[in-house]
Design a protein around this ligand. Sequence first.
Ligand SMILES: [Zn+2]
Length: 141
Amino acid sequence: MNCTYCEDRLSDYLEGALDAVERGLVEEHLKSCLVCNELLDGVRTVMHWGKDLPAQLPAPWLASRIVSNTPHVIRVTWRDWMVGVWKNVCEPRFALAVLTSTLMLGWMGSPALMEPVDRGPSPSGAGTRRPVSPVTVKKPA
Ligand SMILES: [Zn+2]
């Protein structure tokens, strides 16, 4: 047993809350450790002070004040949820987000509309691609 193990169990030791094995280990350590004995005396003194303190009764207004300051939990129904969604959809920022997303998706284009362009051998070996129109025009033969 080390001092940390003993320190963790000192208050339980003083209250008689340890089982026989742990109590024996703590007592064995206390026989040989001056530091833990000093700590034991300190904990014993503090516990004695705590027993001498007068018990404080709660003020008569305390319970009603706690209840009045506790927020009321209101159950959210599906109608309340829909109203909340509708309020967010009606916000100008939502319309701006939809417009921005639409424009960005339109500008990005589709990779399926890209075809490779042969510009000769490149150092990396990968061909470059250029956008083409989705409408193909047949050349007359
Ligand atoms: Zn010790």
